[in-house]
Each structure stands twice: as structure tokens, then as C-alpha cells.
Design a protein around this ligand. Structure first.
Ligand code: M6R
Length: 607
């Protein structure tokens, strides 16, 4: 987590960095800071809290200089106060950092024994001290970097500014992402290409272990062992036009409303709109011989994987396990020869998922990345990529990326089912038609958000909320609960409806709203029994169903939402939209920050 940026320009650096940091604030917003170089000295401004606090500081005390580094923090080591805000400075060196220097305690002890004194509780400050010592001993900044890099362990990215070196930035990455931007007589660096989009789309991605020397005239990249390497310049697919909020109150609201388009674009990445033919990306293009699929993911992406398991088993007839990335990477999982792992990630940068991907490779699996960012680390380290085409997602609560992941997975299951002969041509056609209709049905749901406003009023006032679903609706119950808790701070749990009687039923009383996700599919009758059990204990039922479901159960619901009729296979995509809207509107009602909820960050690049 944390967003980092660096600028070497002929224009004032501070406004350029503030603009880039605004696009990186999704990565963390505990504190922010900038340092610039001018007249041979370093100057620094920092503030606790969101970027707006730093903006106030800068208005009172502007920063001169055309070279600089900046940071927006998600706290790991040390509380979110000004002392721990980046940049950290030791002598001539200032550093901004994302990730964790795992051996920081040993390095700090060594530096203190040698006379260094520390100002912060962060792991970052050791890097500033180590570089400063090397430079004080006569090393050039580049030599200092070459000596310090091999001594650091962990997953991190950092950028360095040195006093008196106003045409120089040093940047390094190990596992954490970092993009270098090239300009005319200018050079930039940022945690992602989105940060740099308005100033340049000419990007060089550092590879794992690389470090780089940036000057206005160009960039030189070195591999971890210090040998110079060539890294290809690419034109980023992200444009400045894609990154606004439009007329919506929050990015989350906009991204919920982006879904018809995100789903349609993603679908056409898998299924040709002209022929209806589905194509398989490598390494799934040898579908007949794929022994098993192991899905690796975190958070909302994990719930997309849980949904996909139903489709892959029933439509493609293929064995599938879904693993929480953070648990999988430390397990000695037994995986078959010829197995394929699918790493699912909106950002393509979640460190847990990246480490799980590497672990799966070490266990002999080929890897497919299902990501929303084509240039991401997970995409680059995989054997094949299936892109969700949701466009940049800024709200910390994932919305359109999730329904795009579901769409890609269902398209993939259809393509696999066809290739493996598990479904016939008629069934392929039926499923493709069902998928093609989803954007329109989602747009229908989004036309009238009134019913969700009324429900949100109750949810915002609840202490606990339960979400229940069976089969394909179970992961949607989990996703609904996650959405509500992360942006409203209301305690919510998602359960498999059949599991409720094994424990959670004890929570139910007249104060507990229970959201039941129940399209009239093959699981409906059993869910209906579970709804009766909730009613019998006084629980308040919020029922999401279709016309047939409403006719059967509507009378027993305190709130009834009737969704368009769709084939059961695509229902999870459609039924996600109401749970997103309910959570979003509850956050607005409570006055919490839906885009930047407390303690969270969009891209989680620590373990
Ligand atoms: O970028 P990723 O899909 O790898 O992110 C995984 C999770 O961190 C993410 O889904 C998180 O749970 C969201 N805040 C959920 O809304």
C-alpha cells in the first residue's frame, strides 16, 4: 500500500506531485508528504490525515523546486502521525516508500550502534540512513544504491531524492509495483501508470528487483545484481479522461453505474459478439488436458472465485478449488501435474495473490491472470492473461471489477465447457445469449435506486446484519456483507443459508436485518425454509428475488426487492448490484466516506 511519486521537471514539482498523489490516494490516506530539492537543499512538508491536510500546509508554506518526491501513506510501522509521515530524511537523503523492509529492526540496531539517531517509528527511515552513510563515506548516489539494495529484505518500492542532486532520482522495486514515466526533458515515477496519466503515457515498468537512475535526459535501469538492463517503453492504456468522478458523489457510485458497460466490454473480451464464439486464453487453450483449476485471490476477488467454482464444475465439468491467497502461499498444497492456477485480482498487485501465484508456479502449475490492469505485476508474471475491461476502479470497495470478474469467469466456463465437450452447441448458445442480456438487465436495476434507499436507512442503523444465500447466491451474500462492513462499519456476516442453523441463528432477533439473496433457482425452496426460520425468530427479512420468488415468499418479507427474471447462471451478476447499492446508500446515510473508508486501502501490497 502507500502511493509514491517522483518528479524531475522544468515546472514546479509540488503541484505535479499533489495531482499525481490525488490519483494514488486510494492506496492509503493516513498521512501525506512531499520533499523537493532546490538551491542545494531539501525542503519538506508533511501532514497527518488525507491529502487535503497537506494541501492546507502547502498553501501556508509553498514548496519551491522542480524535482521532488511525494507520498500518501497506509500505516504499517508506527501510528499515522506527522513524525511517521513520509518523506523520511537522514542527512542529504529523502525517501518515500511503499511496502515493508522486513529486516529493518536489525538494520536500525546496527545504525544506532554506529551513532545514527531516528526521528520516526517507520521501517523506511533505515533506507535513508543507509544511503546517507554511503554518500557521506564518498560513494556517488548510484554507488550507494548498489551497495544498499542487496542489504534490504522484504517486498517494497521506494524513491530517493538527494540534496544537491536536482537532476537525479533513484527508484527501486522488489515485488511492490513501480512505473517510470518518460517526458520531454522530464522524468517521473509513480506507484502506477494512472498516477502519471495526465503528464505522460510513456511508461517503463521496472521488473522485480530492478532499481533505476532517473535524470531529465533519460532513465537507466539496473537488475538486482547491479548489471545494466534494458526495459521496454510502453504506451499506457490509461488516459486522463478515464479517471474522473463525473457527476456522481463518489467514485463508488459512478463505478456501480459503470457496470453495464464494464460487463459488456468484459464479455466481448471472451465471447466474440459477431459469432458468439468463446475463445480460451493460454494456458487454458489446451482445455481437454487441464487436470484441475486452482483459483487464488483475496477479498472480493476471492468471492468471484467462489462463484466461478460452481460454473467451472457444472458448465465445464472441471475440478476446481478456490484458495485465499494469504493462506495458500504457506501451505504444502498437493496439486496435480497439468493443473492451472487462476490468479484473480482487480489491481493485479495484491501481494498475497502475487505470492500465491509464485507458490503455485513453484508447485508446477501454469498460471492465468484474471486482472483489470494489463500492465500489472500479476499479469506480467503469468503464462496468460484474461482481462476484465472494467476501466480504472478507484473506490476502495470493489464494485464493477467484481461483476466484470464474474462475467469473465462465466464466459471462461462456457468456453471450457464447449472445448471439453461438456456442454453441446445449444447450451453454449443459451448461455451466451443469457450473458449478452446481462448489461441490459443491470441497467434496468440501476434505473430506480429508490427501493434501496429505504432499505439502506434500516441497514445504516443496525448493529449486526446477516446476509444469506445458497449455491450461486452464497458468494453474493458474502460480498454483500463485505461491502456493508467496509464502508459503513456496521458489523455484517455472509453465510451459506443452510449453515445458519449450525450457529449464526443464535444472533437473530427483531433488531437484526437479514438480507436473503434468493432468485427462484434450484436452491430456492431450501432457502425459503431458512427464511421461515429467520421469521420464526423475529428477524427482519430483506428479500432479493424475482417475480416467481416474490409470488411464493413476498408476504413474509419486511422489504421485498423484485429483480428482473434472468437464467439462474447469470443471476449472481445481477443480484450483486442491489447489495452494492444498499451498502453505498447506507454509507451515504451514515456519512462515512464510501470511497476512502477508514483503515483500508485499495491496493494491498503488504502481507
Ligand atoms: O486488487 P485485488 O482484487 O487483488 O484486491 C483484493 C482485495 O484487497 C479487495 O477485493 C478488497 O477486499 C476490497 N476492498 C473489497 O471491496
Amino acid at each position: 500500500m502507500c502511493g509514491i511519486v517522483g518528479v524531475l521537471s522544468d515546472k514546479p514539482a509540488a503541484p505535479l506531485m499533489m495531482d499525481a498523489l490525488r490519483r494514488l490516494e486510494y492506496r492509503g490516506y493516513d498521512s501525506a508528504g512531499l520533499a523537493t530539492g532546490s538551491g542545494g537543499a531539501l525542503d519538506r512538508r508533511r501532514a497527518a490525515g488525507k491529502l487535503s491536510a497537506l494541501q492546507d500546509v502547502l498553501e501556508a508554506a509553498p514548496l519551491p523546486g522542480t524535482s521532488g518526491i511525494g507520498h500518501t501513506r497506509w500505516a504499517t510501522h508506527g501510528p499515522p502521525n506527522v513524525e511517521n509521515a513520509h518523506p523520511h530524511v537522514a542527512g542529504r537523503v529523502a525517501v518515500v516508500h511503499n511496502g515493508i523492509i522486513e529486516n529493518h529492526a536489525a538494520l536500525r540496531a546496527e545504525l544506532i550502534a554506529a551513532g545514527a539517531s531516528f526521528e520516526s517509528a517507520t521501517d523506511t527511515e533505515v533506507v535513508a540512513h543507509m544511503l546517507d552513510r554511503e554518500i557521506a563515506d564518498g560513494a556517488s548516489p548510484e554507488q550507494a544504491m548498489a551497495r544498499v539494495m542487496p542489504r534490504l529484505t522484504g517486498a517494497f518500492a521506494f524513491v530517493v531524492l538527494v540534496a544537491g542532486e536536482e537532476d537525479l532520482l533513484l527508484a527501486a522495486r522488489r515485488a511492490s509495483p513501480l512505473a517510470i514515466g518518460l517526458g520531454d526533458g522530464a522524468a517521473y515515477v509513480g506507484s502506477d501508470a494512472v498516477a502519471l496519466a495526465p503528464i505522460t503515457r510513456r511508461i517503463v515498468y521496472l521488473e522485480d528487483g530492478d532499481w533505476a537512475v532517473l535524470r531529465r535526459s533519460g532513465v537507466q535501469v539496473f537488475a538486482g545484481d547491479g548489471t545494466p538492463v534494458e526495459r521496454r517503453e510502453q504506451i499506457s492504456t490509461v488516459s486522463a479522461a478515464m479517471i474522473g468522478k463525473g457527476n456522481y458523489r463518489h467514485f463508488m457510485e459512478k463505478e456501480i453505474h459503470d457496470q453495464p458497460e464494464a460487463i459488456a466490454h468484459t464479455l466481448h473480451a471472451v465471447i466474440d459478439p459477431g459469432t458468439g464464439k468463446a475463445t480460451l486464453p493460454p494456458p487454458l487453450d489446451t482445455a481437454e488436458t487441464v487436470a484441475k483449476i486452482t483459483i487464488l485471490a483475496a477479498g472480493t476477488s476471492y468471492y468471484a472465485g467462489l462463484t466461478a467454482r460452481y460454473w467451472l464444475e457444472s458448465i465445464a465439468g472441471i475440478a476446481c478449488e478456490v484458495e485465499l491467497a494469504s493462506e495458500f502461499r504457506d501451505r504444502k498444497a498437493v496439486l496435480p501435474d497439468g493443473g492451472v492456477a487462476i490468479a484473480v485480482s482487480q489491481s493485479g498487485e495484491s501481494l498475497d495473490t502475487l505470492m500465491a501465484l509464485r507458490h503455485a508456479k513453484a508447485l508446477g502449475q501454469k498460471v492465468l491472470a484474471l486482472v483489470n490492469v494489463p500492465e500489472s505485476t500479476i499479469a506480467r508474471e503469468s503464462d496468460g492473461v484474461l482481462l476484465t475491461r472494467a476501466g480504472p476502479e478507484f473506490g476502495v470497495a470493489s464494485t464493477k471489477a467484481f461483476t466484470a470478474q464474474l462475467t469473465a469467469f462465466l464466459g471462461l466456463a462456457v468456453a471450457l465447457g464447449a472445448a471439453r465437450g461438456h456442454i453441446d452447441a445449444g447450451e453454449v448458445l443459451r448461455l451466451v445469449k443469457a450473458l449478452e442480456a446481462v448489461p441490459g438487465r443491470v441497467a434496468d436495476v440501476l434505473k430506480d435506486t429508490g427501493p434501496y434507499q429505504i432499505i439502506a436507512h434500516d441497514l445504516a442503523r443496525a448493529r449486526d446484519v446477516l446476509y444469506l444465500g445458497r449455491g450461486l447466491s452464497y458468494p453474493i451474500a458474502l460480498e454483500g456483507a463485505l461491502k456493508l462492513k467496509e464502508i459503513t462499519y456496521v458489523h455484517a456476516e455472509g453465510y451459506a443459508a443452510g449453515e445458519m442453523k449450525h450457529g449464526p441463528i443464535a444472533l437473530i432477533d427483531e433488531h437484526v436485518p437479514v438480507v436473503i439473496v434468493a432468485p427462484s433457482d434450484g436452491w430456492f425452496d431450501k432457502t425459503a425454509s431458512n427464511m421461515a426460520e429467520v421469521r420464526a425468530r423475529g428477524g427482519k427479512v430483506i428479500l432479493l428475488t424475482d417475480k416467481a420468488g416474490a409470488a411464493a415468499l413476498g408476504d413474509g418479507a419486511d422489504h421485498l426487492v423484485v429483480l428482473p427474471d434472468v437464467p439462474s447462471e447469470v443471476a449472481p451478476i445481477l443480484y450483486t448490484v442491489p447489495v452494492q447499492l444498499m451498502a453505498y446508500l447506507a454509507a451515504v446515510e451514515k456519512g462515512t466516506d464510501a470511497d476512502q473508508p477508514r483503515n483500508l486501502a485499495k491496493s494491498v501490497t503488504v502481507e
